[in-house]
Structures are given as C-alpha cells and as structure tokens.
Write a protein of this length. Structure first.
Length: 463
C-alpha cells in the first residue's frame, strides 16, 4: 500500500503520513453507499438530518480554532483567513438547514383544459442517489462542507475524495459527522489515486458528481460519467476587473489587493487582470504597487502573515517561468518577480503584459496581478472577455450607466459592482460557464441539483 506524506506547504515538514486505499476498498464503500440508498427503510427523515447538521455546527463552533489551525497547516492559507473559512463552514451548515424548509415541490395547475379536469397535480423532491464529491486543496475545510453537506441534507449518501495535499480537514469533518449521529455509511471519505477516482466516476452507481478543481480534469471526469448521471463542475477563471476614471483609487485599493493576493492568489475567482483607464493609470499603478508592497508573506500559522506559500514548491517555479515570459515579451515589473523561498513567491505586479502571454490567457493561481491600461469602455470589455473562461468579474465606477453597461456585456456569470471578484456569500449562486465550469454552486443550489423532481397526479371525480 502506497504511503503519502501530508506536508506543511510552508516548510515542507511532515504533518502526517496516510495510506492510499486500494481499488477494492474504494468500490466496497461505493457499494455500501449504493445499497444504503436502495434500502428505503434506512432513509433518514428530514428532522433527523436537521438535528445532525445542527449538532455538527455546534461541534465545529466549540473547537473552531483547532480546525482553523489544521486547515492552515495543511493548506497554507494564513491563519486569519482560515478562521474566516471555519466561520463560513459553520454558516454553510446553517444555510443547509434553512434551505431544507424551502426545498419543496410545487402545485401544477389542472382543470384548465377538458382533459385535465378531475385531477390534482403536484411535484415532490427526492434524493438523486449516491453523490461523489471530488474536492480541491485551497479551502480544505469549507469546500468539503460545500460538497458533502448538501448531499447529506437532502438524503444522498456521499463519498468524499479530498485533494491529496489536504485530506486532514476532510477526515475531521467526516469523523465529526459520525460523532454527532450520522451513520458512517452516509458519508465516507476515500483517499485513493487518480486512476481509481477515474474508474469510480464512470460507475453507474454514482448518480451525481460534484467536482472542484482544474478545467482539464473536470471535463475529463464529466466525459466518463455513466448514462443518467449528472454533475456540477467548478473550475477556474481569470477574474477581470475594469477600473474607470470615476472610481476612487484610495478607497477601492484595499479590496482589490485583498482579492488579488488572498491565499497567495490560489482562489478560482482571485483578481488576476485589472484594466485601468489611461487617464488615471499612472496614479493607480503607483498606489497599487505601494499597497501590495506592505503585504507580509510568511508562515501561515503566524497571525501577522497575509500571504502564505504555494501549495507545492513546483508552483513557484511555474509562476516564475510565466513571469519571465511576460517580461521577455514586453511586460513591466513594478514589484516582485522573485522566489522568497522554495514555497513562497513575492507578491508581484505586472503592467501591460502581452495579451497572448500565459499570465494574460491562463489562470495564474499565484500571488500575481496584471494591470492593463485602456482608452474606452468598449476596449476594456473586449479585452476582459478575451479568454474562454466565464466566472466572476468586476467593474469599479461611479457612473450607474457604465456599471449596467459593463454588467450586461461582461461574459462572466457574476459581475461585482465596486467590489472585488473574490466576493462570495454561500447562499448566492456561484459558478462558471464555458471552460470555467458547469452548473451552479451555492449551498441551496447544490441541494436542488442533488434531488429529482417527481410528479404526482391524483384523479378523482370529486376534484
């Protein structure tokens, strides 16, 4: 059995060593979940699911600091932001409880044609089946909540595969669920290699796949789904921001800097490209660079750290290569461009890299923000829409007409007005189109996706 060392990404120290599960063990868990779902006598009534989720929220709240420390150690997100992640996770569980009371069917009108007389019709929602959740590293605690809790809330058994770099928070959540009364077979963690995961995805016993991760892997897994299975895919984006001449630079820099360098830029909606109107570009570039210069990069477990490490050392080499390519083809460097250590990269600001450079066309997933100058709104929107990704975007302006024009024409599925692209609350729809993903996330939206709507028609002469 292959052993995998779980490393602290900051200093590469070993946190724990886990053993890969073999294919037989993984498929046994799938069969267990499938049989559980098929046995209607073992279905958990809604009130029991609510009680379990309420106890889970209480359990996490009681020991939140320990969970934040664990998530920061394995994932590298600064501890201050990891504490926010745990708070969001608790809120996410409470959202699921609230959404259960709203997740209902509807009455269908009858009697409006001769053929529909003496009938009453309604829909009900039922769990879809076994859910397979394949997760990412960048929010190791909250992403598991986002993928597993909706399944449990609606009554779907769920298998959870965490990122291989950050499985400890997932294990913690699964164990907590069992401690608060969820039978073990309703939520099972699997820790296996990618080959076994690929086989699992294609099994007909999997009814729904929720995947958060790279575009390449997500679309491959979708192509392997068995007939009748469905999925939600959440990939990355290049998060364009348009900053026009009416927007206040000083007021709006803090959220832009936070949105660009939060978790070292390892967020699917991190601010990556900012298009600045030419008449204010000199002041904006100077002030933005000075603001980024104050960020403290360091050990994520220290309270003062604002930017932590990349998840793997090889990512610092990739990011450095992309920056060097941009500089060689005409970009200007106003800050950064250097590795601080094997795992940390200096927060970097690039100005006007070419449109065909990797930093302009691909998701950087690192502490790098590119600034571009533009003349008019049409040009800015056209350039912002260039890459084949559509996730979240933003427009900073004091002109309401400009705000609505940009909101209408930007390709992203969410447009923030006078706020950074990484804004999110967990009851709102969240997702990308084109290469950025498929379906809509958000606790309530995921719960709806994990159910089927069944029609009931009653016929009676008295109706």
């Amino acid at each position: 059995m292959e052993e995998i060392q779980i490393l602290n990404p900051f200093d590469q120290s070993v946190i724990e060593t886990l053993t890969f599960e073999d294919e037989k063990s993984v498929f046994h868990k799938l069969e267990t979940a499938h049989r559980l779902f098929q046995d209607h006598k073992k279905q958990l009534p809604k009130y029991e699911r609510i009680q379990i989720l309420e106890r889970l929220a209480e359990k996490i709240s009681a020991d939140a600091e320990r969970f934040a420390q664990e998530a920061a150690a394995e994932g590298g997100k600064p501890i201050a932001d990891s504490r926010v992640e745990i708070a969001r996770a608790i809120d996410g569980i409470k959202i699921a409880v609230r959404e259960l009371s709203r997740l209902n069917g509807e009455e269908i009108a009858m009697g409006i044609t001769a053929s529909s007389t003496n009938r009453m019709a309604m829909t009900i929602r039922q769990p879809r089946g076994v859910v397979l959740a394949v997760s990412a590293f960048n929010h190791p605690f909250n992403l598991i909540i986002h993928q597993a809790i909706p399944a449990i809330a609606v009554g779907c058994p769920v298998l959870v595969k965490p990122a291989l770099t950050t499985p400890l928070s997932c294990r913690t959540i699964v164990n907590l669920l069992h401690e608060v009364g969820l039978p073990e077979t309703w939520c099972q963690m699997i820790f296996c290699d990618n080959e076994v995961t690929g086989k699992l995805v294609s099994d007909s016993r999997v009814s729904f796949l929720t995947f958060i991760g790279s575009e390449k892997v997500g679309w491959i897994l979708r192509s392997r789904l068995a007939p009748g299975a469905t999925c939600a895919l959440e990939h990355g984006g290049l998060a364009p921001v348009i900053f026009d001449q009416t927007a206040d630079i000083t007021k709006n820099l803090p959220p832009l800097i936070k949105g660009g360098y939060y978790h070292a830029g390892q967020v699917c909606v991190s601010v990556q490209r900012i298009y600045v109107q030419n008449t204010i570009s000199k002041d904006f570039i100077e002030q933005f660079t000075e603001g980024v210069k104050t960020l403290k990069t360091g050990n994520p477990l220290e309270d003062q750290s604002e930017v932590g490490p990349l998840i793997l050392p090889r990512e610092t080499n990739r990011i450095h290569a992309w920056i060097q390519e941009a500089l060689a083809t005409g970009a200007k460097l106003t800050l950064g461009g250097k590795k601080i250590s094997e795992s940390c990269y200096q927060p970097t600001v690039l100005v006007n890299p070419p449109e065909d450079a990797k930093v302009s066309r691909q998701e950087i997933f690192g502490p790098v923000v590119c600034l571009y100058t533009y003349d008019d709104l049409d040009e800015a929107i056209q350039r912002a829409n260039g890459p084949e990704v559509c996730f979240q975007s933003a427009i900073f302006t004091e002109e309401i007409d400009t705000a609505f024009e940009a909101a209408k024409r930007l390709n992203a599925l969410a447009v923030m007005i006078n706020d950074h692209t990484a804004f999110r609350v967990d009851w709102m729809p969240f997702g990308g189109a084109k290469k950025s993903g498929l379906g809509v996330g958000g606790i309530g939206y995921s719960m709806k996706d994990m159910t089927l709507e069944k029609l009931l028609v009653f016929k009676s002469a008295s109706l």
